[in-house]
Design a protein around this ligand. Structure first.
Ligand code: C2O
Ligand code: CU
Length: 551
């Protein structure tokens, strides 16, 4: 294994992700940020300099467990202080497991501002993947607004509430088309022209060049702020082989859903007519689609990459066909030989997801508490034994038994909180994510929940209110290991994990506006077991005061 050193500088820059000029956050002048490629067992060192003029920054390495380095998890107010403008912070962590990962900003709504990139871990030298392929592509999926992320934050925290609306564009590797369409001639009621590109434009689609009769691996990761996606390659089947850095029992589908925070590897065979090109297409699920589908081209050699496909683009499933989505999610099972979950749990935490009012503001809350992060990062205040940095009262671990998840709450009021769930080290924890009706009647949304510092087993998805009876539905034989799992509208999802990673870990909805509106909780375990942490991770708030005293 090797140590790989990266020097990054983060700044604001003009960019045209969807052919419309806006401001994005770049890393070393690139959007998306540079791809980190490493081998399992390597150590990654990122020297990050914040060149944003007036905002702090942190970077989260999504899917990397940070075993022994919880201070490098890159969550502002949880694992470290935000890095001030002009300052440099050094992230140092191991990437123990091969897989498809990504990184992104985890302070304010900087992920919405384009602060993200790919992190790909190959198997260690001498090791083999459990499948074969001739070539590989990597597609990082995101969504894009023309309204700056700072204004989005203001809108979401205003009274009366202002919704940011649906994204203007879906991006594939940071590229999308707002005022033209590659498939204009197939669009029924299209008012946008066919795109013309020389190829040098920042918004020109990235064509995938393939040879006939080969197998390709495609890595997909979604860092969308809002959109749940459906991905398809016209005329081609796809075989799913990896999810969130874990191998799955391979299965074949025509198209697949991908939620924010998830990553996959799929294989496809170039077994179609090589004189044609084919569509790669991305559409919105779970919300009335007001965002055009994103497209790029699968180009068979020797046909010209500038030939648009003759066949129409793949038709996406109806946006609210949740049964279709559930069928896909239920197909994901762990590969034979993967670690099995412990047969029982030590503690069960039920988390009710609701939309609420606090002083006339609209918030999301979990068991009626809307997360408002403290000034001093938890990891520092717990490790240094500080009192008063956050609320030491235990947050509720369930919700009232008579609560009707199918209806808006009779009392929509919630409270702010920053208390955390202290987990016994090495205990087995079950989390039941319980969805409910939002503020409006007949509205319940998809929420992809992401856990830091762990992978969890997804034991089951269910409809309605979770009851003791539902335990019978748990898959303890081959549940998939993931770090992100969705709850479907009016449904529940059961997860199990072992609290074996000393640190303080965020667990939240990966929809950026939802997290901003309080949709998250924090877990802590074994903090007393953590060795040395770099002081400059905690030079703010109460920990900052102590460190400054020590000089
Ligand atoms: Cu990818 Cu806490 O997020
Ligand atoms: Cu959400």
């Amino acid at each position: 294994s090797t140590t790989r050193l990266f020097k990054w500088s983060v700044q604001h820059q003009y960019w045209s992700p969807d052919c419309v000029e806006n401001v994005v956050i770049t890393i070393n002048g690139q959007f998306p940020g540079p791809t980190i490629r490493a081998r399992a067992g390597d150590t990654i060192v990122v020297e990050l300099t914040n060149q944003l003029e007036t905002e702090g920054v942190v970077i989260h390495w999504h899917g990397i467990r940070q075993f022994g380095t919880p201070w490098a998890d890159g969550t502002a107010s949880i694992s470290q202080c935000a890095i001030n403008p002009g300052e440099t912070f050094i992230y140092r962590f191991k990437v123990p497991k091969a897989g498809t990962y990504f990184y992104h900003g985890h302070y304010g709504m900087q992920r919405s501002a384009g602060l993200y990139g790919s992190l790909i871990v190959d198997v260690a030298k001498g090791e083999k993947e459990p499948f074969q392929y001739d070539g590989e592509f990597n597609l990082l999926l995101s969504d894009w607004w023309h309204k700056a992320s700072e204004e989005q934050e203001v809108a979401l925290s205003s009274k009366p509430f202002r919704w940011i609306g649906e994204p203007q564009t879906l991006l594939i590797n940071g590229r999308g088309q707002y005022n033209c369409s590659l498939a204009a001639k197939f669009n029924k009621s299209s008012d946008v022209p066919t795109c013309q590109f020389s190829g040098n434009e920042q918004c020109a689609p990235q064509t995938l060049h393939v040879q006939p009769n080969k197998t390709y691996r495609l890595r997909l990761a979604s860092t969308t702020a809002l959109a749940s996606l459906n991905f398809a390659i016209g005329n081609h089947k796809i075989k799913v082989v990896e999810a969130d850095g874990n191998y799955v029992q391979p299965f074949v589908v025509d198209e697949m859903d991908i939620y924010s925070g998830e990553s996959y590897s799929i294989l496809f065979k170039t077994d179609q007519d090589p004189s044609q090109n084919y569509w790669i297409s991305l559409s919105v699920r779970g919300r009335l689609p007001k965002t055009p589908e994103a497209r790029t081209i699968l180009n068979y050699s020797p046909s010209s990459p500038s030939n648009l496909p003759n066949s129409p683009p793949p038709v996406a499933p109806i946006w609210n066909d949740y049964n279709h989505s559930k069928t896909f999610s239920n197909k994901i099972l762990s590969q034979i030989g993967s670690p099995k979950p412990p047969p029982s749990f030590d503690r069960r935490i039920i988390l009710l997801n609701t939309q609420n009012h606090i002083d006339g503001y609209i918030k999301w809350s979990i068991n009626n508490v809307s997360l408002l992060l403290p000034t001093t990062p938890y990891l520092g205040s717990i490790k240094f034994g500080l009192k008063g940095a956050f609320d030491h009262k235990k947050p509720p671990q369930t919700y009232p038994i008579d609560y009707n998840v199918m209806m808006p709450a009779p009392n929509t009021n919630a409270t702010y909180g920053n208390g955390i769930y202290m987990l016994d080290f090495n205990s087995t924890v079950d989390v039941i994510l319980q969805n409910a009706n939002a503020l409006a009647v007949n509205v319940s949304e998809i929420h992809p929940w992401h856990l830091h510092g762990h992978d969890f087993w997804v034991l089951a998805y269910g409809d309605g209110k979770f009851t003791k009876e539902d335990e019978k539905k748990f898959n303890l034989k081959n549940p998939p290991l993931r770090n992100t799992a969705v709850i479907f509208p009016y449904g529940w999802t059961a997860l199990r994990f072992v609290a074996n990673n000393p640190g303080v870990w965020a667990f939240h909805c990966h929809i950026e506006p939802h997290l901003h509106m309080g949709m998250g909780v924090v877990f802590a375990e074994g903090v007393h077991l953590i060795g040395k942490v770099p002081n400059d991770a905690f030079s703010c708030g109460l920990t900052g005061k102590i460190l400054n005293h020590k000089g």
